[in-house]
Design a protein around this ligand. Structure first.
Ligand code: RB5
Length: 144
């Protein structure tokens, strides 16, 4: 898969580890930063979502301290459906029901192994379409 990752300083270690593991598994990973420096998470969300909306990747992963702020910022951008994942069921539903194109995680709230399981649960899932696709379209109708 083609995946774009990004984080602020609060999610940096987590983002680095996810990038390492995804690359090791043969995925093509683009990294929009940060590189360990202190940054404002809306800036990273903006840069990552531009890549997602550009259409060259399958999905994006954003990490901050909690996954909350960077997800709120991402969801301000048209076309983005960012889901904060805290368990594997939600990670699967984020794809099956919500067709999330960005998943977010907290580097200060979730362990790497747990996050890795959530990433795999999301990646193994397929969007179910049907009534779920109708609801996703209604989400985007709210942008207009
Ligand atoms: C940065 O200190 C922290 O506020 C940020 O990483 C995130 O947790 C915001 O939601």
């Amino acid at each position: 898969m083609k995946i774009v990752v990004g984080s602020d300083h609060g999610g940096f270690d987590l983002k680095e580890e996810l990038r390492r593991r995804l690359t090791e598994e043969g995925h093509e990973v683009t990294d929009v930063g940060c590189h360990g420096e202190r940054v404002d998470y809306p800036d990273i969300a903006r840069d990552l979502c531009a890549v997602v909306n550009g259409g060259g990747v399958d999905f994006g992963i954003l990490c901050c301290g909690t996954g909350i702020g960077i997800g709120i910022a991402a969801n301000k951008i048209h076309g983005i459906r960012a889901a904060l994942c805290t368990d594997c069921y939600s990670a699967r539903m984020a794809k099956e029901h919500n067709n999330a194109n960005v998943i977010t995680f907290g580097g200060r709230t979730a362990g790497v192994e747990h996050v890795w399981e959530m990433v795999k649960a999301y990646m193994a899932a397929e969007h179910l379409g049907g009534t779920h696709a109708v609801r996703v379209e209604k989400i985007h109708a709210l942008e207009r």
